[in-house]
Ligand binder design. Structure first.
Ligand code: G3I
Length: 322
């Protein structure tokens, strides 16, 4: 059947996918939409595989929530993007405030990665190994990992993930790296750093939490993707949504459709851009209104799980014919 994923695959991509979260899986109409592989060939757990869910206390691992989403993907025949191993946010206080020395924190981080990646071995098409390590100016973000270990925490994390599941593609993932600038350059430097250490990195995730009317042009996005590809890695759009002031006006929706189309066309243009994930598929479950007051309406399905035809069709057409 025709759909967003069918068109992406016809354009040579691996998938078009959506994020999801455990509480939403009791909403049967929602799950029916998410499980439609014509639209979604991949799912990403929005929260279920983060450190504060998986290893709430030191050495105790709870995989129930992550497993629920992994099983759904398997049942539906969808790929799974696993998200995320090392991030400064959604980190349990025993890690964040632990006051560990360098060697101890390295061993805690490696143990977390080894345990979780081993648990999901063979199931994760991609792993977001390190998430959001950069400030907007391209310097390293202060975090318990950076402040204790220094930049080496990044290649150490990638090496541990590669050892635990050699076939998962390993990604660095960040936002505001969808067009050229200091932060995108910083992400390119992270790719180089990981390779200099002799560790493996396969891809860079462009989160793409974009804004209606200020989404980078297709050519700016294509050039940026190529800057990563030229370093020997692939690229994926990992958390795409395009927010606006709510309620959205009809002109905003028209602009939003164009902004989605520019982003899809940029990915389509570069063979090593392997796929696009939207950060959930419906405004009903979007993270945006709780963080950006008065904004939202960022996804191709509205709060009543109805397709926004103009936006949906713009994505279909940007992928090209089925
Ligand atoms: O689990 C608790 C629940 O027990 C409590 O009752 C409730 C009350 O606020 O909060 C629940 O935790 C929330 C959690 O999502 C699970 O729903 C947190 O408050 C909330 O802050 C958290 O938000 C998530 C956010 O990451 C945290 O930074 C969003 O759902 C998730 O979509 C978002 O995803 C991130 C990506 O991982 C990385 N890139 C940016 C993106 C958007 O922020």
């Amino acid at each position: 059947a025709d759909g967003l994923n069918t068109r992406a695959v016809a354009a040579g991509k691996e998938y078009f996918g959506s994020a999801t979260n455990n509480p939403e899986l009791t909403d049967t109409a929602y799950v029916t939409g998410l499980s439609n592989t014509a639209d979604f060939g991949q799912i990403t757990p929005g929260n279920a595989m983060k450190w504060d869910t998986i290893e709430t206390s030191r050495g105790t691992f709870s995989y129930t929530k992550g497993d629920e989403i992994a099983s759904l993907a398997k049942k539906n025949g969808q790929l799974l993007r696993c998200h995320t191993l090392v991030w400064h946010s959604q980190l349990p206080s025993w890690v964040k405030n632990g006051g560990f020395d360098n060697a101890t924190l390295i061993s805690i981080m490696k143990n977390h990665i080894t345990n979780e990646v081993t648990h999901y071995k063979g199931q994760c098409h991609h792993w977001d190994v390190v998430n959001e390590a950069l400030n907007e100016d391209g310097t390293y973000r202060s975090s318990v990992f950076y402040d204790t270990i220094g930049p080496a925490y990044i290649p150490i994390a990638f090496a541990a993930a590669a050892a635990a599941d050699p076939s998962a593609k390993l990604y660095y993932n960040d936002y505001n790296i969808e067009s050229a600038g200091a932060k995108s350059t910083g992400a390119q430097n992270i790719v180089k750093l990981i390779k200099q250490y002799g560790a493996k990195i396969d891809g860079v995730g462009l989160q793409a939490h974009l804004i209606v009317g200020s989404t980078p042009s297709q050519s700016a996005q294509t050039a940026n993707i190529n800057a990563f590809v030229n370093l020997g890695v692939e690229v994926a759009y990992t958390e795409l949504d395009i927010r606006t002031t709510t309620p959205a006006t009809s002109s905003a929706v028209t602009q939003q459709a164009q902004d989605y189309a520019s982003t899809v066309a940029a990915c389509k243009a570069v063979s090593k851009c392997v796929g696009i994930t939207i950060w959930d598929y419906t405004d009903k479950y979007s993270w945006i209104p709780s963080v950006f007051s008065g904004q939202g309406a960022a996804l191709p399905w509205d709060e009543n799980l109805q397709k926004k035809t103009e936006v949906y069709n713009a994505i279909l057409n940007a992928w090209g014919s089925a």
